[in-house]
Every structure is written in C-alpha cells, then in structure tokens.
Design a protein around this ligand. Sequence first.
Ligand SMILES: Cc1cc2nc3c(=O)[nH]c(=O)nc-3n(C[C@H](O)[C@H](O)[C@H](O)COP(=O)(O)OP(=O)(O)OC[C@H]3O[C@@H](n4cnc5c(N)ncnc54)[C@H](O)[C@@H]3O)c2cc1C
Length: 389
Amino acid sequence: MSTYDVVVVGGRVAGASTALLLARAGLSVALVDRGQRGSDTLSTHALMRAGVLQLSRWGVLDDLRAAGTPAVRRTVFHHADGEDLAVTIRPRGAVDALYAPRRHLLDRLLVEAAEDAGVHVLHEATVTSLRRDPDGRVTGVVGRTSTGARVDLAAGLTVGADGIRSRVAEQVGATTTWRGRTSSAVLYRYVDDPGADAYEWTYGAGAAAGVIPTDDGASCVFVSTTPIRMRRLRRLGVERAVAELLAAAGPAAVERVRDLPPVSSVRGWAGVPGFVRRSSGPGWALVGDAGYFKDPITSHGITDALRDAELLATEVLAAHRGDLAEEAALARYQQTRERLSRRLLDTTERVAAYDWDAPGIRTLLLRLSAAMADEVEHLESLAPAGAAS
Ligand SMILES: Cc1cc2nc3c(=O)[nH]c(=O)nc-3n(C[C@H](O)[C@H](O)[C@H](O)COP(=O)(O)OP(=O)(O)OC[C@H]3O[C@@H](n4cnc5c(N)ncnc54)[C@H](O)[C@@H]3O)c2cc1C
C-alpha cells in the first residue's frame, strides 16, 4: 500500500487539473484512471474564455498552441429569423483567442503537466471501492489494473473526478441536490475544414448545430435536439438524422458544412439531464462531472471542470495548511462552485428544452454570456496559484 496526501480518481480535465494544482503546491498526489493514457472520450470540446484562461494561468496554453490547436477568433450565431450575429473574441490578458483541442490532446497535456509536477499517474487501473477508517471516513481507494494487479492507495483526501457515473459518488452515497428535466441528444463528426477560425452556432426549429474548429485542419460538426426526436430520427439511419437536424437547425448550418468531406464516423450521445451532487464529506470531494453535470448544449463542461479544479484545490490547500477545518473548506468550495454555476445551470436547462423561438434563444444566450463574464471576472481575481514553478 502507498500513502499520499490526495488520491484523485479520474484523469481527464477535472482530475488531472486538480492533481496538477495540488502537486505544484507541494502535496503528494496519485492520479488513477481506468482509461488508456492519451485516449479520446465522447465529447465535443469547445472551450469558453474561462477555460482558456485557466490553461493560460497554469502554463498549459502554450503547449496547446505548440501542438498546433488553431485559434478561434470569432463566434457567429445564426438564428431562425435570419438574424446573424458575429462576435470577435477580444484579446484580454493572456487569452488571445478561444481554442477547441481534441480531448486526447488536452487531457494528455494536463496529465503530463501533472506528472511534471510530481503526480504519480496510474492509467488502466479501475477503482472499485473506497478505503475507510473505523469512523467511516474515506481514507483512499482500492482497485485493479488491467493486468489484474491490486491497487491499494491510502490518502488523506480522495477526490472523485470520475465523470457522471462516478464510482466515488456512488460509494460515498453523495445525494443529488438538484436534478434537471431537459437534455440534448447529440450527433457529431469531424470534417476536413482547414483555416476555420470561428465557432458557429445555429439555432432553428427545435434543433441546434455547431461547427468547432479543432486540431489537424478539421472541424467538429454537431447537431442536437431532444432525446425523443433524436430516437425517432435515428431509426432512419445516422446520416439521415444528421441531414434532417442540420436542415432543422437552419440553412446557415447546411451551407456551412455542405462541401466539407467527413474524416471520421458519426458519434452519438443519447442525453442525460443535468444534476448537482453534494460534493464533499469526511475524507472525500467530487469535482467535474462527478459533482455537477450540465447539458452539453452550452459547451461549458470542460470549462467548468478547469474552473472547479482550482476552486477545489484552493480549499484543499487551505485545509492542509490548517487555515480552516476540512469540512468548512470543502463547504466553501461547494458554495463558490454553486454561486458561479447557478445561472449557467438554469440557462442551460432552458436551452436544452428546445422550445425557444429566435428572440427566446437570443435572450438565453445573452444570459449565458453575462454568467460567463462573471465567471471570468472571478478567475481573473484569483492569485496566480498553479503556475508552473
Ligand atoms: C456529447 C457531448 C459534447 C460535449 N461538448 C462539450 C464542449 O463542446 N465543451 C465543453 O466544455 N464540454 C463539453 N461536454 C462536456 C464535457 O465532456 C465534460 O463536462 C467533461 O468531460 C467533464 O470532465 P471530467 O474530467 O469531469 O470527467 P470525464 O471527462 O468524464 O473523465 C472521467 C474519467 O474518470 C475515469 N473513471 C471513471 N470511473 C473510474 C474508476 N472507477 N476508476 C478509474 N477511473 C475512472 C474515466 O476513465 C474518465 O477518464 C460535452 C459532453 C458531451 C457528452
């Protein structure tokens, strides 16, 4: 058995970032993920300004640029009443543009930065249960590697960054404090689209579509709608479903992707309503989708994870230094997360209802934009913790 200050379960955006920040502050950290190092995951990957800001504050943005991820300099909104709105991404501070790296790249860069900071990284190892002391406090994790070796890690704090079906949340019995009612079903694929430099979002008749410029001269094209409508359309075949939803989103979406050759097959997400879970208890905390999941239609889950990794790490470090009792520190993490997330969550819930008209979706998007501005302001006000030493 090995002993650490913190063991993090789940090594993608939420987990790798949390591990990175804690290790840079001097804690001993283990990071365990059942997946392969550098693997992809089911997700599109548009980052919002707060997410890019975090990567820049931690010194990871330069790695992303060096890997060739293209800068996104505009966002264009197309609406069903024919009104288009193009917004230029204003450079501010170290954020010169937005970026939408493929997850196999972003997650790998974060894991490598964590490893450079001294994190012990263990891939292809599945956590199956939690260790506990006689008082019931969580004291680490137990699991197995893909070759069958036992994993037994003791830790002062166990962080569940293991996604929406979090094993850590299940094992600690984390209660759901809010549950959404709406959700998006999504289809996406990659197309050859060199030189693209704008996020393009199109909102039409109960459907949305988007184009997200990414690595290797490709763009990710997605369509989304309600799960019921998606199930009906998918019976016609996936290509037909994509075509019908592009048409429903509007002519701008159809025109934009018409001549772009696909370079991948179509991937699908059936839809899961959002939720907020109680995210801490004796010896444990949840971060990323494990603790708070929001429908992907507003493209904000990765940005949330990068934000919340730092909110959590800040409070874990406060408790570690003895500035605050663990319970109070972790409660403060949840309160800050809730404060920054409430409007994003409520607005996303309404966008994912797909019952808006053009003025309605414009109002929701303005609300989202205001919530995102608050989030950026909060992160800009933080001390430059987490910069590479
Ligand atoms: C269709 C779709 C499109 C999306 N598009 C966007 C977008 O454009 N922009 C955006 O910001 N967000 C988007 N999101 C949301 C985003 O994907 C998530 O919010 C983000 O992946 C959350 O990161 P995470 O690190 O919390 O969890 P995850 O990425 O889910 O990572 C969890 C990790 O935990 C590991 N794990 C799980 N259980 C165990 C276990 N028992 N033992 C060991 N390891 C374990 C898994 O292998 C996984 O690697 C989208 C989501 C979907 C579904």
